[in-house]
Write a protein that binds this ligand. Structure first.
Ligand SMILES: NC(=O)C1=CN([C@@H]2O[C@H](COP(=O)(O)OP(=O)(O)OC[C@H]3O[C@@H](n4cnc5c(N)ncnc54)[C@H](O)[C@@H]3O)[C@@H](O)[C@H]2O)C=CC1
Ligand SMILES: O=C(O)C1=N[C@H](C(=O)O)C[C@H](O)C1
Length: 272
């Protein structure tokens, strides 16, 4: 019998961490080999299955990422920017696949992943792991390329009330795609956090609006608004399992790839 790849999940107690553990446990293509939480978390030292309210899994939650990564083929990481940077260095030392779902990383923090990719990590990072959103980035690029700046581009995202970063990673992916379609740099046209007497909208800007409330999993609209008409491209995620399944697909795709930085368009074969 062929042995399936062993997977480590970081942020094991988190919303995505627990979802990933459920999906890995029910997959026959991989197995859960390690669960990592931050030092001081009360799940450290406990069996992950029991900590999640189920039966014992045989995997004890650890705060030692280096030790955990030494015994797996991939780590799936939905945590926080500084934690992800440290995990990338540990993944490079272990020479394993590092699937990164963490959002809210600054450009400087993203740049800090490059040395890990040069030193042996196979990094697959995306602000959204779903097929639908990655397809939507391609559609957004196409529509933005087809329309001129008479069409104002606005990106509206909605998430649950525990989300800590804005705009969402997905909104930024869509903004990048729209900017690329228009042939401009997002940093030059991005309009975020309007408040007060803002003045009229600058032609060519790409605007962002973030809604936070209740248990919304993740919703994104890309609006192209002109005199007399609006085109709206929309994605609605209604179950976090969607993101987890995308991450599992990435962990498998990464096996045997050369060290470097990849995204979900590579995994899904959508790169143009
Ligand atoms: N790319 C995608 O498809 C998706 C990305 N996300 C992103 O994933 C991240 C996590 O989201 P949630 O699970 O909702 O958050 P959460 O707050 O429920 O979970 C984060 C977990 O990371 C743990 N953590 C923080 N620092 C750590 C460290 N140094 N070592 C080990 N564990 C550490 C926390 O203790 C917590 O359990 C966010 O950045 C979110 O935006 C969420 C859903 C989909
Ligand atoms: O924090 C979340 O929940 C989500 N984060 C990702 C993002 O920032 O876009 C993906 C998804 O929308 C859920």
């Amino acid at each position: 019998m062929t042995k399936t790849p062993g997977i480590a999940v970081t942020g094991a107690s988190g919303r995505m961490g627990q979802m990933l553990i459920r999906e890995i446990t029910s997959s026959d293509k991989m197995h859960l080999a390690a669960a990592v939480e931050r030092a001081g978390h009360d799940w450290v030292g406990r069996d992950i299955g029991e900590a999640m309210g189920g039966t014992a899994s045989g995997v004890t939650v650890t705060d030692d990422a280096a030790e955990a990564f030494a015994k797996v083929q991939a780590v799936i990481d939905f945590t926080a920017p500084q934690a992800t940077i440290a995990f990338a260095a540990a993944a490079a030392k272990a020479g394993i696949v590092h699937v990164i779902g963490t959002t809210g990383m600054s450009d400087d923090e993203i740049a800090q992943l490059a040395p890990a990719a040069e030193q042996g990590a196979i990094i697959i990072r995306a602000g959204n792991m779903s097929l639908g959103v990655n397809l939507l980035t391609q559609l957004t690029r196409q529509v933005a390329a087809a329309l001129d700046a008479d069409y104002d581009i606005e990106i509206i995202e909605s998430h649950h009330n525990q989300k800590v970063d804005a705009p969402s990673g997905t909104a930024l992916m869509l903004g990048e795609a729209a900017a690329e379609g228009r042939g401009v740099k997002l940093a030059d046209v991005s309009d975020r956090g309007r408040d007060g007497i803002t003045g009229a909208r600058e032609k060519g800007d790409i605007g962002f609006t973030a809604i936070r409330g209740g248990d919304i999993v993740g919703e994104h609209d890309v609006m192209f608004a002109a005199a007399g008409e609006r085109i709206i491209l929309r994605h609605i995620a209604s179950d976090r399992a969607l993101f987890a399944r995308g991450a599992l697909k990435a962990a498998l795709w990464g096996q045997g790839q050369a060290p470097g930085e990849y995204d979900m368009l590579d995994v899904l074969g959508l790169k143009t």
